[in-house]
Design a protein around this ligand. Sequence first.
Ligand code: CP
Length: 326
Amino acid sequence: MVLTFVRANGKNRMAQQLTWTKKDLTGIEGLSRAEIEFLFSQADQFLPALAPGKGLDLMRGRTVVNLFLEPSTRTCTAFEISAKKLGAEVVSINTTASSLVKGETLRDTAMNIRAMGVDAIVMRHSSAGAARYLGEALDISVINAGDGAHEHPTQALLDAFTLKQRFGKVEGLKVTILGDILFSRVARSNILCLSKLGAQVTLAGPATLVPASLAEAFPQVRIVHDLKTALSDADAVMLLRIQHERQTTTHFPSLNEYTSQFGINASRAAWMKPNAIIMHPGPINRGVEVDSDVADGPRSVILEQVRNGVAVRMAVLHLCTGCINR
Ligand code: CP
């Protein structure tokens, strides 16, 4: 798909051609900065379609299947709304009622879905690499909606899109990601996405969840275990939930212990710069990683993130399905 977009280049705004060639979105890892910025320019154009009663016909005649093999509220719903806003048909498979529980392989399940004339599978799976595996096996679009502790690319895209909307640019921003980094696909995708866009990323939390070894995988990030340091120079603080479902051992004595050391309450939020924002991918554990007066307070952009997630996923679906030939 060849499309023209306008990219800020110093004081000049230049029209540039970008050829979007990816039928799948399996991770941020494989995206270039130009592709991310192009996707944002598409998402910007889709924002008006989020209004009640508005929609587009760009995917009329297409069918999207939501195959969520782990729980989801935001991602699953946002993909369904995004596809419908583009005029596509959407089928969401209830995985407890699917034949995967009878021993069918993931590949066979996907091949059967494809045989019904489906154009895109949006999949959440507990195994890292599951989306890439399906994308290589199929000639239709496969979108990763979260694969184990590996990547959650559309979450990172909507987070960076929200930062750009709020600050005008991502380049040069200081973003602290606080909490359970070790087990977080959101953190991994955000580190990759924010770094590609020129932000400076700090990873913060207890040493058990933010080990020094992360610096080997991500040499561009700063690792901090002191909360005040992590908060005080950030433009945005991205809070993460403690992911018990991916932890096989206890990484701190109790949730109360985590909250007492790293939970964000009003007095700790006051350490942040006056215009700094609080982000969270959801679901929030109120009273654990964040208090309600911060989650619902003036710094919070959490619901803006959710809303932007629809426009960003519209762009992902439109661009990726525009590359399939069947
Ligand atoms: N942020 C996110 O992935 O939320 P869900 O698990 O509700 O989709």
